[in-house]
Design a binder for this molecule. Structure first.
Ligand code: HXC
Length: 259
């Protein structure tokens, strides 16, 4: 049997997905993305999971789409197969639970784009981000010109996309791409702890919060504010809002039941 391309582990309410093609720095083939899509959906549908962590290995989160697979494809090959559609977009289209990208090593091209599809990025201090597609005679295709620009602004996005240079974790954090940096030592363990904190909250309310933050990128401010208020009101229909506020008043730990 061929090796599993994406490994799944469940740890204290957190689904940890590990990209597993270390020999090619986790190059993202269609097969990897199909496996990742299936693994994400399995966690989305697993009531024991409240948050997801996507990671790679110490050397690479993912060094991009699989160049060896892509290099001879024609326009018709990529157009007719809708390359980078389907399972490549499962994260965006079907995952309501929060997903943290735990990035150590290289996150380049499609790897950087995959990290940006997650809800936020925690970087190890050895992480390196970049969109080097221009050096291959192509451009980013999975949101590298769009999500990166929204995350770090036009000037810096242009710098990265037009030169293909990499930026280190510190630069990525100060630019706003990365939420926090943690030491490489015990990196995944520490990210899983962050995810466990989220998994211990009310999962439906966490999903509502995620949806509202995402709406900020798609709406005018006024529409976004209205949307947020409606969803805020809706949280008062949950038992978890009652539990959370009563627990605060009673000076005890809340016990959320995802209801
Ligand atoms: C296929 C890859 C790969 C990739 C690395 N490898 N990246 N194979 N696709 N994206 C393979 C190498 O060929 C090599 O295989 C092995 O992984 C180890 O890589 P090395 O280059 O030997 O390692 P190193 O010298 O440490 O350099 C690391 C690196 C370099 C700087 C990250 O590998 C690199 O530049 N990789 C390509 C990065 C890139 O251009 N990404 C964008 C891809 S296009 P062998 O068999 O020789 O050991 C893209 C399009 C996005 O992502 C749009 C669609 C999603």
């Amino acid at each position: 049997m061929s090796e599993q391309l994406v490994l799944t582990k469940i740890d204290g309410g957190v689904g940890v997905l590990t990209l597993n093609r270390p020999a090619v720095l986790n190059a993202l083939s269609n097969e990897v993305m199909e496996a990742l899509g299936e693994a994400l959906l399995a966690l989305e549908n697993n009531d024991a999971v409240g948050a997801i962590v996507l990671t790679g290995n110490e050397k690479a989160f993912a060094a991009g789409a699989d160049i060896s697979a892509m290099k001879d494809w024609s326009y018709m090959d990529v157009y007719k197969s809708n390359y980078i559609g389907g399972p490549w977009e499962t994260m965006k289209n079907a995952i309501r639970k929060p997903v943290i990208a735990a990035v150590s090593g290289y996150a380049l091209g499609g790897g950087c784009e995959l990290a940006m599809m997650c809800d936020f990025i925690i970087a190890a201090d050895n992480a390196k981000f970049g969109q080097p597609e221009i050096k291959l005679g192509t451009i980013p295709g999975l949101g590298g010109t769009q999500r990166l620009t929204r995350a770090i602004g036009k000037s810096k996005a242009m710098d990265l996309v037009l030169t293909g240079r990499m930026m280190d974790a510190k630069e990525a954090e100060s630019a706003g791409l990365v939420a926090r940096i943690l030491p490489l030592e015990n990196f995944l363990e520490e990210v899983v702890k962050v995810a466990q904190g989220i998994a211990g909250l009310s999962t439906p309310v966490v999903m509502m919060a995620k949806q509202c933050v995402n709406a900020a990128l798609e709406t005018t401010l006024e529409q976004g504010l209205q949307y947020e208020r409606r969803v805020f009101h809706a949280t008062f229909a949950t038992q978890d809002q009652k539990e959370g506020m009563n627990a605060f008043v009673e000076k005890r730990q809340a016990n959320f039941r995802n209801m």
